[in-house]
Design a protein around this ligand. Structure first.
Ligand SMILES: O=P(O)(O)OC[C@H]1O[C@](O)(CO)[C@@H](O)[C@@H]1O
Length: 552
């Protein structure tokens, strides 16, 4: 009888390794699933589901409405092979956008397009404003592929944290005058991105700079951002297509423009992705690396996300891969309902940083603690560019240590019956990064079919956005109430419970206390008496009577 994979002797394990090893020759990419415990019986039992998943992906690529809730096609695969687009019009849009991105980046790098305050100069920096899928891909790619001295250096604003925004602007300093600002938002209305834009526009005004002459928008046609950019005459606008989701947009203008401006070869990224797309269309689990990943995810987590996926790239430049995958996988698979409307609460949790750094952070728990995960090692064979290596000690380089750490951790986990997948690439370059993106996009698509969910919408995010808007609306009411009390003679400091009554929101008293605490920390409210840690003892006022706000 076949021994369980996690208890095999060395020779049987070697057989299993050889039998299951996947190699993509041209990409120099391997997927090893031998350290996952699935049996042949499990693979057999999954074949029918996979047959359906392959068909679902075929229909998706053919232009079906594969995102039924939003009534949208799902076309990120067409971006790297526009011949696949279901209409000539879409193909033309893809080709023209790609050409436009490359031509614009080329003109900026050559200095044909230059910042107005520096007639003799060139753009030196990019400031990219966006969040979620409109930031994570460009951040991952910049970290992985930007050369040491890129033609334009990139910085990111990906939050509505004022101190974080100030930091980015002050790091640019005088270089703001030679900074190209790219605002990325598919919807064109995401509050964090809008706030980043408003803050940056203010910084431009304060320095007497002409923002539109240094600004580019990447957004859906006719979105608020698009209309603003058009009416203000921004330097350029590039489209985000309705049928490309934020988390799968890295190989659209969203990722390609920032990459091209940093001197990264975007054709190579697209080519790598196209090669991987071709490989992952194969309708045989063993010969399809994305199907192998989806199979392992299903096996490890019982098809219900019962285990987490720890992603460990052993390469500094791949640091952000785990963060990028976190959104791709969790926003796609974390769903309450399946496609038939049943309550399923699906998902697959992803976390990770990089090896060997994480060996000194949490591998202790992975090896000996709670066994609620499976690992994915990302291995890079080429340590450094050729000609730069040297031996730290006889016969051993620094890269050999990194290799040893990865192999040692993989073996140590296996010895304690902890499962792992290893994805190996020859080197980190534009082609392999494109291929890795395409590999995981397809694995997510296949897995979503296996568990019968829509991977391409994100209804859960809306609830948080709405709740945040409610908090801001409540804050405005609190301010109005405080303002009115402060305009009385003498001013009347109010208890938080009284504020809640006056706002007609007695059930929101805790939120009102938090709002007041936040305003006080930012000198927008004052405490007449009481201790901040004893909410009931507080008496609050604004310190000044703002008549304008009162009658607003
Ligand atoms: O590109 P947008 O529309 O600004 O959205 C940013 C992100 O917000 C989300 O809609 C929700 O977090 C993501 O799916 C998306 O990538």
């Amino acid at each position: 009888m076949e021994k369980p994979a996690l208890e095999m002797e060395a020779s049987a394990l070697w057989e299993r390794y050889v039998e299951w090893l996947y190699q993509h020759k041209e990409l120099g990419l391997y997927v090893d699933v031998s350290r996952m415990g699935f049996s042949d019986g499990f693979v057999k039992a999954m074949e029918e589901r996979f047959a359906k998943a392959f068909k679902d992906m075929e229909k998706l690529e053919g232009g079906d409405i594969s995102n039924p809730d939003e009534k949208r096609m799902v076309g990120h695969y067409w971006l790297r092979n526009s011949e696949l687009a279901p209409s000539y019009y879409l193909k033309k849009q893809i080709d023209e956008t790609l050409e436009g991105v490359k031509a614009f980046a080329g003109d900026v790098i050559s200095g044909k397009i230059k910042p107005p305050p520096c007639p003799a100069g060139k753009f030196t920096h990019v400031l990219s404003i966006g969040i979620g899928g409109s930031a994570l891909g460009p951040q991952f790619v910049a970290e992985a592929l930007a050369p040491d001295n890129p033609p334009l250096e990139i910085r990111f604003i990906d939050n509505t944290d004022p101190a974080g925004i100030d930091h980015q602007i002050s790091q640019l300093g005088a270089k703001l005058s030679s900074t190209l600002v790219i605002v990325i938002s598919k919807s064109g209305g995401t509050p964090e991105t809008r706030n980043g834009l408003l803050e940056v526009q203010k910084a431009f005004r304060e320095k007497g700079l002409d923002f539109p002459k240094q600004a580019v928008a990447i957004t859906q046609e006719k979105s608020l951002l698009d209309t603003t950019a058009r009416s203000e005459g921004w330097l350029a606008r590039f489209p985000m297509f309705d049928w490309v989701g934020g988390r799968t947009s890295e190989l659209s203008a969203v990722g390609l423009l920032p990459a091209a401006l940093q001197g990264i070869n975007v054709d190579d990224m697209l080519y790598g992705a196209a090669l991987m797309d071709k490989a992952t269309r194969k309708q045989s689990i063993k010969e399809n690396p994305a199907a192998l990943l989806a199979l392992c995810w299903y096996w490890a987590s019982n098809g219900i996300g019962s285990k987490d996926m720890v992603v460990l790239p052993y390469k500094d430049s791949l640091l952000l891969f785990s963060r990028y995958l976190q959104q791709l996988v969790m926003e796609s698979l974390g769903k309450e309902l399946d496609l038939d409307g049943n309550l399923v609460n699906q998902g697959l949790s992803v976390y990770g940083n990089k090896g060997s750094t994480d060996q000194h952070a949490y591998i202790q728990q992975l090896r000996e603690g709670v066994s609620n995960f499976f690992a994915t090692f990302i291995e890079v064979l080429r340590d450094r560019p050729p000609g730069h290596d040297w031996e730290l000690e006889p016969g051993v380089t620094c890269g050999d240590y990194l290799f040893g750490m990865l192999q040692g951790t993989r073996s140590a986990l296996y010895a304690n019956k902890r499962e792992s997948i290893t994805v190996t690439v020859q080197e980190v370059n534009a082609r392999t990064i494109g291929a890795l993106i395409a590999l995981y996009e397809r694995a997510v698509g296949l897995y979503a079919s296996l568990v019968n969910i829509n991977a391409y919408h994100q209804p859960g995010v809306e609830a948080g956005k709405k709740a945040a808007a409610d908090v801001l609306a409540l804050q405005k009411r609190v301010l109005a109430v405080l303002n009115e009390a402060s305009c009385k003679e003498p001013a009347e400091p109010l208890a938080v419970e009284t504020i809640a009554q006056l706002c007609q929101a007695p059930n929101q008293v805790e939120m009102i206390y938090k709002i007041v605490l936040h305003m006080a920390a930012n000198d927008r409210a004052l405490f007449a008496e009481g201790s901040r840690g004893s909410p009931r003892s507080l008496k609050v006022y604004t310190g000044e009577c703002n008549v304008e706000e009162l009658y607003d």
